[in-house]
Design a protein around this ligand. Structure first.
Ligand code: LLP
Length: 445
């Protein structure tokens, strides 16, 4: 199940971006995140082209929560995408990488005053206001500074797509956004319109992540356009922008089929045209915010196999030098991955094994039941489609240093995130003076 530029060379090694993955593992160490630049750019470009063709004037904002670092910011900016950030840290990363400010949209259900101030000071494109408390805080901050801020208001349309409950966000019972059908939402909109310094440009919604059914998107479009029509009738308000969020699913396993970008864009475009006609509404400027479907399949993770252990009559465990610390998705959502032995790609599968991580948790299993050639210590395992929500959700659990990330392109590889060291792990630790004194007293006593 090769993706992007993945291939096999004459040594029977997996290659990606024209680089031998076994050589990458030896050169940079493992676990190693590898990002396929060509594939990443191709996805970003395809998104932009397709959406611009089908919905002229539309914007594609890359959702940085899927994977963000300075190099990825540069690539997305070069490809002409905007950026969705969700914290001061993501915003800081984007600003440090000189991401065009006006193309940055700031999300989040609990932005702090400090984060909002930072966004105001840097003059970013849009703040996506999540709730009434945030609207008031932002209004006060903008008034105090005497600046104007362009906002979208986040709504929940009441759509529940078929995906893991942890990543469903379109339902009314959600910590995100204001329910589309509530009177209090109308009140909030009225307040926003009347607030000096607040320029309400439009609305936002995001129904969830890893969504495979296009119906859910069409339903969302219908509900949002109907809402805009109600707003026009009720408040006489016409807004210019509608941001439909992200969430398109990708293929993690060979037997899965995700919708193509074209099908996705067509589904949205046709629902928009029909709904706008029905309600006699001019088409708003559309934005979408894909994360996973841009970066997910462009990443793989390389691991070195360590302990191999057979539990007689039960299963064979093959342990790798990473696990839930670099990819928490399996433990969190029961996510499923596949991969191959990067140093013996085309060898026949001979055994069914379970790939275990090295964390102190029985739940730290990366792949349950994968058919591989007989696995030996020292083999290199490549796990596919780890580009999204792996590095960005990685932790130092068990004090494991976070892996490095390399960007591969036409046979070249460059580090874009350094591997953490043990020194990095203790860098922020502090020992209070009284502990030192207490120890001295014990030694003395
Ligand atoms: N826009 C908003 C407002 C979002 O909350 C998200 C994702 C996206 C866009 C991008 O969604 P995507 O296209 O990547 O599906 N950690 C989970 C996924 C959480 C998604 C959070 N929000 C996972 O690993 O499956």
């Amino acid at each position: 199940m090769f993706m992007g530029t993945m291939s096999v060379d004459d040594k029977n090694h997996l290659t990606i971006g024209g680089c031998d993955t076994v050589a990458l593992a030896h050169r940079y160490g493992t676990p190693l995140y590898v990002l396929d630049e060509h594939f990443l750019r191709q996805k970003a470009r395809t998104y932009r082209t397709i959406f611009n063709d089908l919905i002229p004037g539309s914007k594609v904002l890359y959702a940085g929560k899927a994977l963000l670092n300075s190099a990825v910011c540069r690539i997305m900016a070069e490809e002409g995408l905007g950026l969705d950030v969700v914290s001061g840290g993501e915003l800081y990363t984007a600003l440090t990488a000189d991401f065009p400010r006006e193309q940055i949209y700031f999300h989040g259900n609990n932005k702090s005053s400090a984060e909002l101030k930072m966004a105001l000071e840097r003059g970013i494109g849009r703040i996506v206001v999540d709730n009434i408390w945030e609207l008031k805080t932002l209004g006060e901050l903008a008034a105090r500074r005497g600046v104007n801020v362009s906002i979208l208001i986040r709504l929940t349309p009441g759509v529940e797509p078929n995906t893991h409950s942890y990543v469903r966000t379109g339902q009314f019972d959600s910590k995100f956004g204001l329910p589309i059908n509530a009177d209090t939402t109308m009140d909030a909109i009225r307040q926003a319109v009347d607030m000096p310094g607040i320029d309400l440009k439009g609305f936002h919604c995001h129904i969830g992540s890893q969504i495979m059914e296009l119906d859910a998107y069409q339903k969302t479009v219908r509900l949002m356009i109907e809402f805009l029509a109600r707003l026009k009738r009720g408040l006489g308000l016409t807004v210019e922008e509608l941001d439909l969020g992200g969430g398109l699913g990708i293929t993690y396993l060979p037997d899965e089929k995700s919708p193509s970008l074209l099908d996705y864009a067509q589904a949205i475009s046709s629902a928009l045209t029909t709904s706008c006609q029905k309600h006699r509404l001019a088409m708003p400027q559309i934005a979408v915010e894909p994360g996973r479907s841009i970066v997910g399949e462009a990443g793989i993770t390389l691991y070195t196999i360590g302990a191999v252990k057979e539990v007689p009559g039960v299963r064979k465990y093959v342990a790798v030098d990473g696990g839930m610390a670099d990819n928490p998705r399996v433990a969190m959502y029961g996510a499923k991955y596949t991969g191959c032995l990067a140093n013996r790609v085309l060898d026949d599968a001979e055994e069914l094994v379970t790939i275990a991580g090295k964390c102190c948790e029985s739940g730290d299993i990366l792949i349950r039941d994968i058919s591989l050639p007989t696995v030996r210590t020292g083999d290199i395992l490549a796990v596919y489609a780890t580009g999204a929500y792996n590095y960005s959700m990685a932790s130092n659990y068990n004090r494991l240093p976070r892996p490095a990330m390399v960007l591969v392109w036409q046979g070249k590889s460059d580090i874009i995130v350094e591997r953490e060291t043990y020194d990095d792990l203790v860098r922020l630790d502090r020992i209070p003076q009284r502990l030192t004194e207490a120890k001295a007293a014990v030694v003395k006593g």
